[in-house]
Design a protein around this ligand. Sequence first.
Ligand SMILES: Nc1nc2c(ncn2[C@@H]2O[C@H](COP(=O)(O)OP(=O)(O)OP(=O)(O)O)[C@@H](O)[C@H]2O)c(=O)[nH]1
Length: 482
Amino acid sequence: MFDNLKEKLGSFRKDAEAAAEENVEEVDDEEELEDEDSEVAEETTAPEPSDAPAATAESTGDAPSAREDDHEPADAPETRETATASDETAVATSESALENESQGEDASTETVDDTPAVASETPAADTVDEASEPTHEESDVDEETPESEAIEDDDIEVGETEDAAGASVADGTEDDDTADADEDNGTGFGAKARSLVKGKFVIEEDDLEGPLQELELALLSSDVEMNVAQEILDNIREELIGETRTFTTSTGAVVEEALHDAIYDVISVGQFDFEERLAAEDAPVTIIFTGVNGVGKTTSIAKLSQYLEERGYSSVMANGDTYRAGANEQIQEHADALDTKLISHEQGGDPAAVLYDAVEYAEANDIDVVLGDTAGRLHTDEGLMDQLEKIGRVVDPDMTLFVDEAVAGQDAVNRAREFDEAAEIDGAILTKADADSNGGAAISIAHVTGKPILFLGVGQGYDDIERFDPDEMIDRLLEDDV
Ligand SMILES: Nc1nc2c(ncn2[C@@H]2O[C@H](COP(=O)(O)OP(=O)(O)OP(=O)(O)O)[C@@H](O)[C@H]2O)c(=O)[nH]1
């Protein structure tokens, strides 16, 4: 489910993490974290005795982690000081030189190139040269660069950071190979994330520009609605750019949190607890299902009937689709399979009358919920929309749920908006999520309509319905498969 989108978000995380790590300064402990925060503005003054990895952090994506435990003051002078403070310009120039150099390349490439440049404390021109001659750097700063890069080895074996780092110091010349090996092994941001411990960074807008552009394209090509994609990007910018960020785990965790929050903001719009709402209403609670043909309304009603039964709510089905031949038989099959009562009229009858009868039946038999099917329709179909309006007047439903299929992507998003405008909906059910690798509709519908997605249909069986939980959805999208 949503595999394409997941993959694309993964790419962004890698790129953004690399951008973050270019700017990481590692710190010793919590206090230092706080202290250093306040020092950020005045970095040109006192030398910071610890790890110095501004230089190394600038250098490799993973640098700071390796530095974690060997804060040798001796390293300091040529690192943080120079790199972040008085020699800010060197960093800036080296970065811009690198940018020039690596225009069009992704951030992870830049980070590797960055290593010697910063560690060398040399002017931009030199750093560029040195970037292409890593061995020069290694001989100069052999206690730093190789070690910091050695973390790439560590990525492979999370939890053995110190040992691995120690071992890597000895064979620090393998950095390029190991970096490649990492990629080959697909160790990715998850492993890397766990290898870092504490640090801080400031990401400038330029650092993220490339990754964000990529992300925008990725979201749009995953059928995320344009404004929703924009909102996600804005949220990420707000989360990541500009401020000094401290972290106690890794840049990966910071990026993940930013992405989580950015997406959460758009997909959690209007969420309410479906069962609490049911419990709060007087029985019978009448729920009407609308949407276009064939998206899974009837199947969703059957699934919900079972879902409710499992939670102690009785239900009756009502076939308000008096329009389509065979509709009665189709829903009757579900009712029989689930041993649930169905109220239906002859084809061509008045749907509002069917639903009225179902409500009466529920009242007379202490049934908790009426699940009312309706004919598939387009919001532009005036006759059918009038029908829906009449149902509204006659039975005054407690909820109107819009059903559409996740695989319809942008179309589903547009229809959700149009249905909501034509006949206000309370929420949505997104079916066939099991067959959707893009996830755009799932990401967009709540933000576009202001109404939540309440359920996902995830298969053809009666059990194949899930409560839509924004947190779970994001965890699923951001989980590491590696
Ligand atoms: N894979 C998958 N198939 C589903 C899901 N929900 C429904 N379907 C299938 O989609 C097809 C159409 O489902 P229906 O419930 O008949 O759709 P409908 O919206 O009631 O159709 P009309 O009555 O014609 O308006 C059926 O074959 C269902 O089994 C789902 O979540 N996943």
